[in-house]
Ligand binder design. Structure first.
Ligand SMILES: [Zn+2]
Ligand SMILES: [Zn+2]
Length: 161
């Protein structure tokens, strides 16, 4: 069986909290993340709406040539004849750099499925999104505040309000 790195979406769950938008989704029956139009980063374990992840795939965050090539190599590694070698050879023959990048991009889009997207796409792993948990951990580590003192302050504030 193919080992999935990057994003997984076949694990069963009844709920998840999106690591990008923070919205939670709950289902009465256990279903796979892909049924919920969501996926999970295999590295950090955060789950995301597919739509929320897409935001990080726009032109502002393009993958480098090497990242696309690595993803293609991975996507093709179970093919018998080595399409990666053929592809990179053909690519090397294209002299126009822009054209080369276009071909690479198109091939990447067509050949690499969602599961095999490189981890640079994970907004949490790539630190494009810092989770609330990480922010809390940072505050606790770098200030004199403790979890308890924050909790008590929140309780006090609620009383006054
Ligand atoms: Zn979301
Ligand atoms: Zn991640």
């Amino acid at each position: 069986m193919k080992t999935r790195e990057g994003f997984v979406s076949n694990s069963s769950t009844t709920s998840f909290i999106c690591g990008v938008c923070g919205d939670s989704e709950a289902y009465s029956d256990s279903c796979s993340l892909s049924d919920m139009d969501a996926c999970q980063c295999a590295k950090c374990g955060e789950s995301f709406h597919n739509d929320c992840i897409k935001e990080y795939e726009n032109d502002e965050n393009p993958l480098s040539k090497q990242e696309m090539l690595d993803a293609l190599k991975k996507a093709w590694k179970y093919h018998d004849n080595d399409p990666y070698d053929v592809f990179t050879k053909n690519l090397a023959e294209i002299e126009n750099e822009e054209e080369k990048l276009e071909v690479l991009k198109k091939t990447y889009e067509n050949e690499v499925d969602d599961y095999d997207k490189p981890l640079t796409y994970c907004p949490v792993c790539s630190m494009k999104v810092i989770s609330d948990g990480k922010i809390l951990a940072y505050i606790l580590e770098t200030t004199s505040l403790t979890r308890e003192s924050i909790e008590n302050a929140i309780r006090e504030k609620a009383k006054k309000g």
